[in-house]
Design a protein around this ligand. Structure first.
Ligand SMILES: C[C@@]1(CC(=O)O)c2cc3[nH]c(cc4nc(cc5[nH]c(cc(n2)[C@H]1CCC(=O)O)[C@@](C)(CC(=O)O)[C@@H]5CCC(=O)O)C(CC(=O)O)=C4CCC(=O)O)c(CCC(=O)O)c3CC(=O)O
Ligand SMILES: NC(=O)C1=CN([C@@H]2O[C@H](COP(=O)(O)OP(=O)(O)OC[C@H]3O[C@@H](n4cnc5c(N)ncnc54)[C@H](O)[C@@H]3O)[C@@H](O)[C@H]2O)C=CC1
Length: 212
């Protein structure tokens, strides 16, 4: 595996596409839980011979999670946009990946990086702000630690600042070049000082003046 991370992160609207998880054991549960934590409205179908009881509980809570109790058949993946494979049968996982390739479906085979078209990352969410973290498959544990670190150090005020910046953004009536300059000026405090919390409080005051 490469040291330099060349993966390209994108932020998907999972309520607008169809996600399928095949296999509903421990790993299926981990993937489902993690996706719902970040995207509670994700459209997710789970196909499996048996279901972890926590997956059944989740499906009662989320009407957007549909469970289908059956053995995998290649027609299950037709029309699917994003696929996560998590059965305990490695040969079956390889076959599902081949079926998916024929239909051009982006696929993650849980815990089998070689078979993955994409990886799930660690995710930090603070209001509108979202950070995706990847170690290029080298250490999921490090990705998790980084998530916990950023959850801790990014101040909750960032939610407020994001909203304010958005309203300023809408108010500034200028050509794109001047708009970017203006927005850079009001956010410059964020870049110039490591005491993010203090700076955000200052920025908040500036914004209030700016908006009045
Ligand atoms: C390549 C990738 C493919 C993918 O699954 O998408 C992958 C692969 C593997 N994971 C393994 C193990 C563990 N995974 C975790 C946790 C997470 N794993 C996640 C993603 C990814 N895992 C992708 C790369 C992400 C990146 O680029 O950094 C996270 C981010 C999201 C998620 O849950 O999917 C989530 C953290 C969420 C969070 O809390 O923020 C823990 C820690 C724990 O659970 O506490 C362990 C045990 C400790 C350890 O091994 O480090 C194994 C070995 C299995 C074995 O031993 O057999 C493989 C296979 C291999 O490496 O060969
Ligand atoms: N549990 C763990 O922490 C880890 C698991 N893995 C690997 O991840 C994979 C999945 O592991 P677990 O989730 O723990 O297994 P599990 O045994 O808990 O779950 C497997 C699921 O796949 C379903 N399944 C099996 N054959 C099927 C078929 N033909 N059609 C539809 N569904 C089918 C089963 O009904 C079950 O729900 C395995 O390859 C395992 O080696 C790897 C690392 C850690």
């Amino acid at each position: 595996m490469e040291t330099k991370n060349t993966l390209y992160p994108i932020f998907l609207k999972l309520d607008k596409i169809d996600v399928l998880i095949i296999g509903a054991g421990e790993v299926g549960l981990e993937k489902l839980t993690y996706i719902l934590k970040s995207s509670p409205q994700a459209n997710i179908t789970v196909v499996s011979k048996e279901f972890h009881y926590k997956i059944i509980e989740l499906s009662h809570f989320y009407s957007n999670v549909v469970l289908i109790e059956k053995e995998y058949h290649k027609t299950d993946i037709e029309g699917i946009n994003l696929l996560i494979v998590a059965t305990d049968d490695r040969a079956l996982n390889v076959k599902i990946k081949q079926d998916a390739e024929r239909l051009d479906i982006l696929t993650n085979v849980a815990d089998d990086p070689e078979l993955c078209d994409f990886y799930l990352g660690s995710i930090v969410t603070k209001g509108a702000l979202k950070l995706g973290i990847s170690t290029n498959g080298q250490s999921p544990t490090l990705a998790k630690k980084m998530r916990m670190y950023f959850e801790d150090v990014i101040p909750d005020e960032v939610e407020f600042s994001t909203k304010l910046l958005n309203s300023i953004r809408k108010k500034i009536k200028a050509d794109l070049h001047h708009k970017i300059e203006n927005l850079n000026n009001v956010t410059i405090a964020l870049n110039s000082n490591s005491k993010i919390v203090d700076e955000l409080t200052l920025v908040k005051k500036d914004f209030k003046i700016y908006l009045n």
